[in-house]
Unconditional design. Structure first.
Length: 159
């Protein structure tokens, strides 16, 4: 099943955020007993592919992408990702990190509870355990990486 295009996911994310902001402003004004009306702010599409092979470079925008249908098991797609300079994001083929990108439906709780991701690579027989904030940051990296693969998948499919 094809998912919504990356650029449309970004736009939908911003529309949803504006709707939340508008509802909060309405609620706040009502609580204050204000006669003032809440106002909707215009939302523009933050990015769109100018060329069929263009990849989004803005991590803040890529963070808005949450739907994926890329196939990292496809050898031709892997080669394409290699030429586009993003295959390294998934780590070594067959690793736990790789699997996290292949199985893009794996959720945050599964990631956070996985012992493998909770510890850094051992150095001199010492292994650092990541803090909760560091784990959140790592999850953000996974989400942005997945979005990069989805973005690349769209250009691969249009190539």
């Amino acid at each position: 099943m094809a998912v919504v295009k990356v650029e449309d996911q970004m736009y939908r994310f911003l529309l949803d955020k504006e709707a939340e902001r508008y509802e909060e402003e309405k609620r706040s004004l009502a609580e204050q007993g204000s006669k003032k009306k809440a106002r909707r702010k215009p939302v523009w599409k933050p990015w769109s592919r100018k060329d069929r092979l263009e990849l989004c470079q803005d991590s803040d925008l890529l963070f808005m992408v949450r739907e994926y249908d890329y196939d990292l098991t496809d050898q031709h797609f892997q080669e394409y990702c290699q030429t586009r300079g993003i295959l390294h994001l998934a780590g070594e083929i067959g690793s736990k990190r790789w699997t996290m990108f292949v199985n893009h439906q794996t959720d945050k709780n599964s990631f956070l509870s996985d012992e493998y991701f909770q510890h850094a690579t051992p150095v001199n027989d010492n292994q650092y355990k990541f803090t909760a904030n560091e784990m959140e940051s790592q999850w953000t990296v996974i989400l942005i990486g997945r979005a990069r693969f989805q973005d690349c998948w769209e250009t691969f499919a249009n190539g």
